[in-house]
Ligand binder design. Sequence first.
Ligand code: ATP
Length: 333
Amino acid sequence: VRVRVPAKINLFLAVEGLRDDGYHDLTTVLQTVDLHDELDCTLHGPPPGALAADERRPMHLELRHDAGPEVPSGPDNLVLRAATAVLQRLGVPLAEGPGGDDDLRTVIDLRKDIPVAAGMAGGSADAAATLLAVDRLWEAGLRREGLEELAVELGADVPFCLHGGTALATGTGVATARVLARGEFHWVVCVGDGEGLSTPAVFRAHDDLPARMVAVAPDLVLQALRTGDPVLLAEGIHNDLQRAALTLRPALGAGLAAIEEAGALASLVSGSGPTLLGLARDAEHAAVLAAALRPGFPGVRTARSAAGGPRLARDRHPAGEGELYGGGEAPRG
Ligand code: ATP
C-alpha cells in the first residue's frame, strides 16, 4: 500500500492557556499544503485482521527512510508508534527486529519531502498515513472511529492529518471541525538550514513571555477562507508561537522582514517554526517571491493550499494506483 500525505500550516494559532496536565489549549485553523511525504508499506505473510485471533502470529516491523539522523529509525519514529498502536488493537504482539523470510513482517519505506522539525507536522502526517496504510494492509477494519481514537493518542496534529483539507481545531488541537474553504492560496515556504525547533521548547518559551494584551480571533481567516481572498487572509493570519520562535531563533526576524520586503502579502512563522511562510497573491506571484528569496535562504519552495488529505493507493492493484481516499475526504470506514 502506498500513501501520499501532505504537510500542514496554521493560518491562525492562538494559545489560550496552559492546562493543569501541561498541555496548552489552542484555537487554530489548519490547512494542508502540497508538500508531501510518501510511505510504501509491504506485508510479507497473511493480513492478521483476516485471521482468527488465536491464529495471529507476532509481527516484525521494519522502517527504512532517507531523512538522515534527525529522524529516528527506531520505536520513537511516529510511523512505528502508529503501526504498533494498530497491532495492539489487533492483539498482535510486536516481534523484535526486522524478521526473516519465514516471519510475518511489514516493511515500511518512508520518503520525506516535508521539512523535519519545521512546524509543518511532518511526523504527525506520517503517523496518520501509517494508520491508514496498515489498517488497509492488515485488514484491521478500524473504521473511522477507530482510526480517530488512535490518532488522538498519537499526537495533537494527527487527527487533522488523517483527513487534511481545512479545519478549525480547539482544545489541545485534537477536536477538529471542517471549515468551508473556497479557492486556493499560494505560498512561498522558506526552510532553514536543517536545524529544527522543538515544539515543546517553543511552547515553554511562549509560557515565559508576557501574556498577549489584545484578544485575537480567527474570524477574518474564516471569512477569507469562505471567499478565497488572499488579501483578507493576509490581514487575518496570526501565530501566537511566533514571538517564542523569534526569542529562540532571533535570526527569523530578518527572514520575516525579507519576505515582506520581497512583496509578500504577509509573512508568518509556520506553527512552532522555524519554517517561514510568505503569502502570495497567486501562483505566479509565489514564483516571483521564491526567485527573489532564494539567495537568502537555504531552501525556498512554493506551495499551494489546501492540498486535500492523505491519498492511499494499493501498489499492486490490477488497475494500477487506484485512489482510495480522495483529496481531503474522510476515510470510508
Ligand atoms: P509539529 O508541526 O507537529 O509540531 P514539526 O513539523 O515541528 O511538528 P516534525 O517534523 O513532526 O516536527 O518532527 C519533530 C521531531 O519528531 C523530529 O525532530 C523527530 O525527532 C521526531 N520524529 C518522529 N517521527 C518522525 C517522522 N516520521 N518524521 C519526522 N520527524 C519525526
